[in-house]
Structure formats: structure tokens, C-alpha cells
Design a protein around this ligand. Sequence first.
Ligand SMILES: Nc1ncnc2c1ncn2[C@@H]1O[C@H](COP(=O)(O)OP(=O)(O)OP(=O)(O)O)[C@@H](O)[C@H]1O
Length: 315
Amino acid sequence: IEPISTSLAVGIAAAVTGFLARYQNILYYFQECCRPEWITYNRTALEVDLQAKLFGQHVATRVILKAVSGFMNNENPKKPLVLSLHGWTGTGKNFVSQLIAESIYRKGMSSGFVHLFTATAHFPHEMHLESYKTQLQQWIKGNVTNCPRSMFIFDEMDKMHPGLIDSIKPYLDYYETLDGVSYRQAIFIFLSNAGGENIVQVALDFWTAGRDREEIELKHLETALSLSVFNNKNSGFWHTSLIDKNLVDYFVPFLPLEYKHVVQCGMAEMHAKGRTPDMDVVDQMARDMSFFPKEERVFARQGCKVISSRLDFYI
Ligand SMILES: Nc1ncnc2c1ncn2[C@@H]1O[C@H](COP(=O)(O)OP(=O)(O)OP(=O)(O)O)[C@@H](O)[C@H]1O
């Protein structure tokens, strides 16, 4: 009787283990977790999205695809990926962050591993600076401990207190671990309008010289960025050592959008609203929008930002 009961017990244990393993697999399937089922980089998806959905940003498209793919395909990155996106309002900085998130996380921006902070909403009062610092550091540490492949997006970076920027600096650095946690798989994206006006000036110079916008290369914009972001004492960045410590891997410039891009945004928006894209409607809306400089009317003052709500008036 003894051997029978032992083998029965072994059999039951194996069945239970098998069931739990299967149950866990089913759970992984339904509930987001820090596993490849939920977090896998799809380069093709990012490339296709950038080409098809992001208008007028050939420089940013190239830099972002290279930066994200290089980082995600590297098994052993020496530091987290840090991108700083700069440009005029409504040119696609938030939108690109969303596309990057969608190419990595199955749930995109709704993923529990993607964290978005907006300076004025999350850190509005300077008097609470010290508690913001502690909370932010704990938040980053807790989330990266939970899932090393976490993404942190900081919007309105130029409105963020330099002290707060300084408090996240250690996480962006080359340390193997920090208090036992490695941050090397994480992604940090900073968004700001800093440098926007100088980028506009470069784009305008090309336009005035009759040169094609597509001829603008990263090298033409680097000086514009360094003058306005790195050497400008009013810029939050200048007050921190993010730049001279080389913690930002890529500064990504966003060009101001022209009339034709606004039209492209309008057509895409109509499609997104479930309408048949109508050139007449979109053209009417685009013509009523505000462009600058006053005389030349080349660039959309609000980029593509207000298009979604504007369109409703014209449909
Ligand atoms: N270059 C673009 N191509 C396609 N759509 C765009 C582009 N720029 C903006 N949009 C559309 O406009 C919306 C608002 O743009 P977005 O929030 O990305 O601008 P932003 O550059 O982050 O502006 P801000 O600096 O004011 O935060 C996006 O959700 C997207 O629908």
C-alpha cells in the first residue's frame, strides 16, 4: 500500500504543479506583467508608424529610429537611454513618445510600465521641492525594481525645477547598480520647447534661401540647440549638469510644421474620427489657422495641436 500512496502523492503534486504553471501562463496572457509577452520591441512597427503618421519630421524620425533600435537591440547597455526632444509647440513630441511606447509595450501609453510626468501638473509648487524629489526618486526606484524595462516621460522639462532634474541624474548615469538596482534597461524621455525658436530660425533660413526642407540635417540644428539649450542661463537644462556629464544620449530637434503638414494632420484626424477624409473641409480649416512670421506665413503657430477640436467646427 505504501508505494501506491507515495506514487499517488507524487502524481497529485505533479498535476497541481502542472495546473499552477498553466494557470500562471494564462494569467501572464491576461494581466500585464514585466515579460516579453507584454514588452517586446518592434522596430518595423516603429519605422512604419514614424513614416506614415508623423508628418514633417524627417530629422527626428531618423534619430529616434536609430536611437531606440540601437538601445533595444543591445543586450547589455551601459546606461539607460535618455532622449531629449525639443521643438515648437504642437510639432509631435508627445506624439512620438506615444509611438515609441506603442512599439515596445503592448499596452502603449496605458502600460503600467510607462510613466508620464508633467512639470506643471505633478510638481507645481516650488515650496514642496524636497518632497517632490523624494517621491520622484522612490517612484523611479520602485518601478524599475518592479520592471527594469520601464519608461519615464517628463513633459515640460523646461518648466521643471533644476533641483528636481538634478535629483533624477543618478538614474541616468553609467552606474552598474544603485542601491542594488540597475537602471540600464530603462528609458527616459524629456520633452521641452527649449530651443524651439532657434530651430524655427534654421527652418526659416532654409525656406528663405529656397532650399528644400528635407535638406535640413541634424548638423544644421545642433548649433541652434546648443546655443539655446546648453548655453542659455534661463534654460533649466543649463542649471543642471545633465549636459556636461553627457547623460543625454540624443537631442532630437522637431521642425515647425508648414501648411501642408497641417493639412496632412487634418486628413489623418478626420480618418481617426471615423469620417471620410475631405480635402475641402481640411483645407478650409487649415486656411483659418494662424501662421508665422506675419508676412511670410510659413509655420503653423500651434502646429497640429488644436486640429482635433478645430475640425469639429468644419465637419
Ligand atoms: N508632426 C506631426 N505629425 C502628425 N501629427 C502631429 C504632429 N505633430 C502634432 N501632431 C498631432 O497633434 C497632437 C498634438 O501634438 P503633440 O502633443 O505631440 O505636440 P508637442 O510637440 O508635444 O507640443 P507641446 O510642446 O505643446 O507639448 C498629436 O497628438 C498629434 O495628433
